[in-house]
Design a protein around this ligand. Sequence first.
Ligand SMILES: CCC/C=C/C(=O)SCCNC(=O)CCNC(=O)[C@H](O)C(C)(C)COP(=O)([O-])OP(=O)([O-])OC[C@H]1O[C@@H](n2cnc3c(N)ncnc32)[C@H](O)[C@@H]1OP(=O)([O-])[O-]
Ligand SMILES: Cc1cc2nc3c(=O)[nH]c(=O)nc-3n(C[C@H](O)[C@H](O)[C@H](O)COP(=O)(O)OP(=O)(O)OC[C@H]3O[C@@H](n4cnc5c(N)ncnc54)[C@H](O)[C@@H]3O)c2cc1C
Length: 664
Amino acid sequence: MAQLVNPDLVRERSRASFDTGKLTAVLYGGPDEVTRKRRIEALALKDPDYTHEDLNYLCREDQYVAMLKKSLMAARKVRELGLSERDRDSYMDFLLDWRAGAVNLHRTMFTLTLQQQGNQEQRAKWLKLAEDFSILGSYLQTEMGHGTFLRGLETTATYDPSTQEFVLHSPTLTATKWWPGGLGLTVTHGVVMAQLYTQGQCMGPHMFILQLRSLDNHKPLPGIIIGDIGPKYGCNDGDNGFLRFHQVRIPRDNMLMRFAQVAEDGTYSMVLDPRLIYGTMVSMRVRLTEQSNFALARAVTIAVRYSCVRHQSELTPGEPEPQILEYQTQQYKLFPHLAAAYAFWFTVQTLQAHYEQVNSRLQEGDTSGLQEVHALSAGLKAFTSLAAHRGIDECRLACGGHGYSHASGLIYLLTSQAVIVTGEGEATVMLLQLARYLVKCYAKSQAGAKLPSTVSYLQTVQSAAVSGVTARDLNNFDVLTEAYQHRAARLVKDAAEGVRFKVVSEGQSESDAWNNSLVSLVKCAEAHSHFFVVKTFVEAVRRADVDDSARAALISLCQLYALHGICEQAGDFLQHGFLTGPDLPLARSQMCSLLSKVRSDAVPLVDAFDFHDQTLQSVLGRYDGRVYEHLYQWAKKSPLNKAQVHESYYRYLQPFLQQNRAKL
Ligand SMILES: CCC/C=C/C(=O)SCCNC(=O)CCNC(=O)[C@H](O)C(C)(C)COP(=O)([O-])OP(=O)([O-])OC[C@H]1O[C@@H](n2cnc3c(N)ncnc32)[C@H](O)[C@@H]1OP(=O)([O-])[O-]
Ligand SMILES: Cc1cc2nc3c(=O)[nH]c(=O)nc-3n(C[C@H](O)[C@H](O)[C@H](O)COP(=O)(O)OP(=O)(O)OC[C@H]3O[C@@H](n4cnc5c(N)ncnc54)[C@H](O)[C@@H]3O)c2cc1C
């Protein structure tokens, strides 16, 4: 129904230089995958049984109830529809998004932990219950006093061989479990991270499963105190909770025993690698990298479409007001994030494939890829979540006043994205995990060892000569990749040697030297992640099964992503001599030429992400671009507009005004 679409967007789409559908197929892994995605999306979003309330107009309690109702209906429907596991996941994602809501932790971390950490019998017992939603669970790890430092957790699980039970206890206020999603009001069960004590010895954090609430009346079981932690920056439809244990006894086989076991007599044993106990977090970091990517792509879709519908000011005196996307500054604000959304899209695919590989080797008992995938996923979760958070806020600002309204959908995206920066490993801490790995790999390469594929470039660091390229070459993919590789290698080398220097030449302890190098360590981890993204994007564009016009659009985006990073981090590229001062203005002007290239395809490029309006939840980003009439309708829905004169007038305003007038 082209006549119903805003004419600006019709024009934008009609002059697309490539077939949008074909690019969508590249992004989703082929036309069949697009069909699958749209089929599940339609099942979820076009079902009239769901009411899809606008949560913005509900108080927190009603938001929780609305999401709970929807989540439970979705849980029932996925069973009735008989969807495959993968389709079930997509169905729930489309309906519930994934960040908050009462059952999201259940279907992600709780179920994942049972799958990964439970032995065969435990999986047979608990997984079926969880997958059928016969029980609802949360992931209880963070405490009031510790989230990052897991070895500092205070909750104890002490084995009592006389009854063959573990006793769970919160010995201090700061041991109170704090934050777990769904815990406040919803879940019946939880997987709990607690310090395991057996035969008088602390064996460190381990995972236990237990029932938290009665299955008859939902009251907390004896010895358990639970509540909601109160309103938050975002995710207020979710019931993040707190929990305290008072000497709660659970059977021995409630310890998840796939990797570590406590025998009846209390003897502790461990198979494979103790770090596998942190496995759920690695899976989730991979998943959250994807969510950051979706969030950024959604924000850019909203801002680009709106920037084509919105007209403001004058470009040429006397001429009609231009679309705000005509302003170079608007392009400069938005297109690097559009390019980043594409870059991250391919990065996620590569990361997922890498993770799958390591995981399937793990099933065979081979843990050799564990460190690499932990470092990579921790670094990319941090790098992409920070970039997406910044990008979403810039999209919001780029929408002017209307960006500040909840109608934009951008505030929801921003506050939800902030969770990913902090949750599942705070961003700085995760970058430092990657840095720890890079520094170790650098030392190994200096000793002549062969390095895993994602870090093998560190072997060339000593010989990485200055290429002497000029900015003219900076549209060349090989040069761009080399530039980022060179920067990452040098920054890893600087950071690693900086730590060493502080120890050897300045006599600092290892831990002081580490702490006094944190800024350069974080920088080297960011540079490594940035290199990984650029390299992956370049490889994906080269490999993409598309015609010349779509490839040309992808090439421009890829060049823009890499050049924008070079201009933003120019100091690094200059410091190590990859660029010289006079190259910079040329690099900037090349980047600006790319902005105008991307301009002509901006709307088709965001359309190719194929987000449903219901997913965008944005008046500004609607596919039909009919922003103003829907903005007006949206405002009219405000409960404050229910009556022409609000009842507060009679209670407060009228007497106040009458009193003041009487004084005149
Ligand atoms: C978003 C909405 C929902 C949110 C939910 C949540 O937030 S849920 C809550 C989410 N909460 C969080 O995300 C909490 C974040 N905190 C943590 O994950 C950990 O406490 C830590 C990694 C920061 C430090 O841990 P630590 O003090 O034990 O470690 P260390 O630094 O001394 O290094 C020791 C060795 O272990 C290695 N290694 C570490 N992790 C892994 C792994 N997963 N796999 C494999 N390996 C791993 C590391 O590389 C090192 O190897 P090396 O060099 O010796 O060969
Ligand atoms: C919305 C939301 C949902 C959550 N859901 C869950 C859940 O379901 N289950 C659960 O168990 N947890 C959950 N969490 C908790 C979350 O995992 C933690 O908040 C997160 O891991 C960060 O830990 P922290 O709060 O201890 O931060 P802190 O570690 O206290 O961070 C504070 C500051 O200290 C710095 N810092 C800390 N350690 C270091 C270091 N070693 N080096 C340098 N700097 C450091 C950080 O960089 C940061 O700037 C949730 C959190 C949020 C916000």
